[in-house]
Design a binder for this molecule. Sequence first.
Ligand SMILES: Cc1ncc(COP(=O)(O)O)c(C=O)c1O
Length: 407
Amino acid sequence: MPLTAHEIAAAKRLENVRYAIRDLACVADEVIQQGHKVLPLNVGDPLNFDFQTPPHIIEAVYKAMRDGKNGYAPSPGIPEAVEAIRGEAARKDITTVRDVFVTSGVSETVDLCLSALVDPGENVLTPSPDYPLYSAVLCKLGIGLNAYDLNEDDAWQPELADIERKLSPRTRGIVIINPNNPTGSLCTRSMLEKIAELARRHNLIVFSDEIYDKLILPDSNGDVTPHIAFASVAPDVPCVTFGGMSKNYLVPGWRIGWGIVSGDAAAVKTYTEGVHRLLRARLCANHPEQYAIKPALEGPQDHLLEVQRKLRSRRDLTQKWCESTPRISCVAPRGAFYAYPKIDIPESDEIFVKELIRQKHVMVVHGSGFGQKPGTQHFRIVFLPDEQTLTKAYAGIAEFIRERYGN
Ligand SMILES: Cc1ncc(COP(=O)(O)O)c(C=O)c1O
């Protein structure tokens, strides 16, 4: 006799977990099944486009595998990688390093660092718009969101007054993403100093996601403002700086990231022990790939010049298009490979994005997938594709806007 099937319910905590970037894939699949090619300006994977992993780091992993480095690694990471990351911290002017650990991508650093911090009823300030993993992990932990606004009128800097409003005695930490996904903005030194001041006053730990710190773009005068690590500005403030190989070294599929704990030694001690309990519980990060960390951080950086040259040209093309297209305005991106234009339309940006895929086969991600101020609409562009592809995609978006909304 067949057994009656009982539905296995998913945890209620997951109801608010969304990953708009990948959720749009169903709409794209419809269009692909109809025989169309979709122009993918939605996923931040450089390897989908004309970017290549530096060969010497591939060799390092290959050698590690051949040399039998295929068992479990030490939970905090292999010693030579940890040392290389300490060297990187020194180059970022982080002087009070208390701990370094290697993870399976910054994604795992985010998960471990948030999990090790908060208890039910507490909260962590996260930016809005944000990289959606932060809210997803907090939902998974059953922690209510406490988002602070980034101010579009101030080049997407964190809005301090909003942070002050959202702080409560139950706030344990604050996340900054610098360079930012999805806005492409950089935090100014004075903003970092102000956040440090708030963290000191309210006993917060700062999580500074700096995964794009080597992908810095010049301003309109051609000047490059160097990236400033939060921990270098506030050596006393408890901080975990997140870094990784996915973007700077063009290996998102390897899943290698890390955390650098800095700040007053006594202040971070117990928290760091908590992180290590979780590091041990999940055994280790990918082992052979960790052998690429030292050659990546200490070896030739030539690929970065090529990446920055391509990104600059594609950013400029994107910015020009935004400036010349009715209903669109955009703060020029200064880092990473994202632009986050505002769009003036009489319907939601989610409908805009879905219809754009259906009608013009161009895929961008709606602002509501990242968070935005009520009453505003945005979409995120990944400007990794070559100039020809971007030009074609932008022509499609402009035509769609004209046909659907008029100028
Ligand atoms: C701001 C930010 N943090 C973290 C990640 C995740 O990086 P990883 O590939 O190291 O898990 C991403 C990926 O796009 C990101 O944009």
